[in-house]
Design a protein around this ligand. Sequence first.
Ligand code: SF4
Ligand code: SF3
Length: 542
Amino acid sequence: MSMFCFQCQETSKGTGCEIKGVCGKNEEVAKLQDLLIYVCKGISEVVTKGKLETDALGEVNYEVLKSLFITITNVNFDELAIERQIVKMIGLRDGLRNKVTGTKFGDAAVFTVADRASMLDKASKVGVLATENEDVRSLRELITYGLKGMAAYTHHALNIGKENNEIYGFVYEALAATLDDSLSADELVALTLKTGQFGVAAMALLDEANTSKYGNPEITNVNVGVRSNPCILISGHDLTDLEQLLNQTVGTGVDVYTHNEMLPAHYYPYFKKYDNLVGNYGNSWWKQVSEFETFNGPILFTTNCIVPPKSEEVRGRIFTSGASGYPGCLHIEADSNGKKNFSTVIEMAKKCPPPTEIETGTITGGFAHQQVFAIADKVVDAVKSGAIKKFFVMAGCDGRMKSREYYTEFAKKLPKDTVILTAGCAKYRYNKLSLGDIGGIPRVLDAGQCNDSYSLAVIALKLKEIFALEDVNELPIAYNIAWYEQKAVIVLLALLYLGVKNIHLGSTLPGFLSPNVAKVLVETFGIAGIGTVEDDIKLFMA
Ligand code: SF4
Ligand code: SF3
């Protein structure tokens, strides 16, 4: 076995990628990512044992978040960038460790590597399989993947200038705990739930950051057709990159289109002032293989999901920023003030043909908490009158597996008196269907990006209050969630922490859940997989 990774839903055979990632990640990248996680654990050990105050750790906080983010599925395939990050993190770790005296540290806090070869050698000893007990391994990875998702959201909030030191403190505490052999399985289960608690805090922080800067999302029809100007496609989740790109393209004659998880940017009042923010091009991430060919212009990835480009022509048009990276693609670094210079992207756009139209029409979204509260009376009346029988939370991720067709079928076959609440790229499986509305309330309410699943939780808690219920599980809301990468893991843990039971998770259950850990999730939280569309609808509607 040359590598081992089982962090995402598409892991090979449902058990683990061992030669090359289904995502395209090669052995070197996989191993370097393992080592990057290990050095973050070492830093966490130094911070926790040394009782270092997180509010004095500015750069370290930022780089730990970025390192975790780099290792999320489809974020960064660039060996050199990851190698450089490892070197940087070892330097930061050693700097911190030198401040702590009289404490004995474990290997993660002290190991050294001289070059790429020694990094790869070290990585093969500290990856996922270094933990022999499969239940402990499963819990450690579940926590680590939750932390990766949390780090991504916290990183976005930090880019907007919002921080929460308690989140940093928890990240260090939890990462350090994954090295601690004295912890029992029960203690790790408790830490898993605590990860969910901080997941809620991270999503709330990002929600506050986004809405305080860009306003509250509002009902919006987003154009999916094209204009005839040269153009740039921006993908991923980072709204600050979009803001900077729009400011730099104003008046240049270059149009900007959103892609995949950047679609919800259109819902924010702030972005409506840009005439050259034209619409959304294409569908969810995995369709980029053909859609980037017809887009014709440069593509900027601010985060996941990157699919390795098939042609040199397309690769030459891809740019990355933030935690993302791809070998041979220009990475746009921020300066010390967080400013990014996108002039190379804009100049390339001017020389490219306009996009080829692949569809026309609009998609509707913008149903984050504030917008839903604004129509709350209507929603509550519809529930009371029986016009709406049930809500289905179908948030999460999309993926390329055939089994994902389930979600399109499910949406199509749901009874007409039901409403889908969605967030994340999972929505592309049904957001272009004509599912109609119930008394003016669209049957698909899109809150936004995957982190905006937070809005769906806020809405559920508000409904619980309005209907004066004891328990959030008494609401007519069913949860049929699609997961793919680690942000969906933190969303899931957050929902569990909020007390949501009987979540169905698909299209397959995580390969990193050992039979015993899966049993705990089933028995304690009623977690289940998916079945056939007909059976599941019957079950949910019962
Ligand atoms: Fe495999 Fe997913 Fe890991 Fe990629 S991220 S190597 S597809 S488990
Ligand atoms: Fe999608 Fe990659 Fe998860 Fe933010 S962008 S939800 S998969």
